[in-house]
Design a protein around this ligand. Sequence first.
Ligand SMILES: *Cc1c(COP(=O)(O)O)cnc(C)c1O
Length: 468
Amino acid sequence: MPAPKVTIPVKGKTKKEIFSEMETFRENDVPWQDGRAFSLVFYPGEEVNPTAFPSLRKMETEVVSMAAGLMKGDDQVVGNMTSGGTESILLAVKTAREYFTTKHPDIQEPEMVLPVTAHPAFEKAAYYFNVKPIHIPVQEDKRADPVKMQEAITDNTILMVGSAPAYPHGVIDPLSELGKIARDNDLLLHVDACVGGFMLPFVEKAGYELPPFGFDVPGVTSISMDAHKYGYSAKGASVILYRHPGIRRSQFFVYTDWPGGIYASPTISGTKPGGSIAATWAVLNYLGEKGYTRIAKQVMRTTKRFQKGINAIDGVYVIGDPDMSIMGLTSDQYDIFAIGDEMSKKGWHMDRQQFPDSLHLTISRPHKKMVNKFLADLQEAVAKAKKLNWTNLSSRLTVKMVQGFSRVLPEKIFSKLMNNAQKLGGANISGRSAALYGITGSIPNRGGIKEMVVKMMDEMMRVEDKKK
Ligand SMILES: *Cc1c(COP(=O)(O)O)cnc(C)c1O
């Protein structure tokens, strides 16, 4: 099969070249500034539409083509740009449901089989589109378990999911095995390469050996990859790819009976911003294969230093053997969240994870100069955690609840709570108990964790009260 039509340039282009190329793309766009266009553009503003703006359509299709090339796809691979990984995954699940239930109208309650490490966006998709998620535990090394996933397949299964890599521990699932199972059972297989899609190809080019992750794996039918992560584009940029146009058809939405005209929309959003499309096109052309590979090399070297350094500290270790630059850090001897609290006090921000309790690291370029400082602080934090003693806490139950609660909180929210609690409780209390007092003090009824989180989100997504 021929390669995709446009591939990422080997050598990056200059800014001047990129801007002048973008200028030529614009020549066929609707002249929206001069008052002759009566739709699409609400000037002043950046709202854009690719049917009036061939420049954007061109850039989007070129980004998709470059992405397909990175994922070792051929010229049959098609796709779209979306607002982010979540939208790409929502579409993959919705497309699978439609593609499959059109072929098999007897399936009333479609199911998807996914490892527990798959991103919650699949949960959201299941919830939005009425697909039943079947969660399968992962193996010791945190990679998906093909045997257990195969066993979970029923007559209602439409889709299998693997990650490249999964976010919590940075490991790539055994996609060749999953692909074979998908093919044997005539199922679709989505690979979530949201965090890895714009990194793994260059990690490989930099000389690291990786398990397969792209369309070169038989059985893989769709892939999501986020340009706004290791693609270094502006936020709001992801790509959803399908092995052939026959699958993508099920993604499109068309409504023909509207008085406003025949309405067609390829993705979930209607009007979509052009800024992130242009930014992605520009950064891919600017860095080129060489630029991305150079950065990937640096990031991977830094990652290996973190990994080795953490594993050299007695009492903590990196979970499994990450394939890329994200990892989970845990401890069998000490409370890893207490270590996390100590690290927060020293100004480090790491998200908290569960099953097992752990801290999460996403490594990128600026971390290079921080490795030694981080490891020294971690060593101290571990030493401090050894001494911590929780017997002075009045209620074991409250501790349990807050432990559960703190787990699900991103670092930013957690530290915000801690700050509030510190104000309430004075300066002497340690990080964890500070959070504990703060949280339990502000929640009168002790419902489930989910309810607490929902309530907190509601409060956070409002204009703050004026300080009295
Ligand atoms: C970030 C991420 C997502 C979700 O992407 P958003 O851009 O946050 O919507 C999905 N899967 C993985 C593995 C991710 O890292």
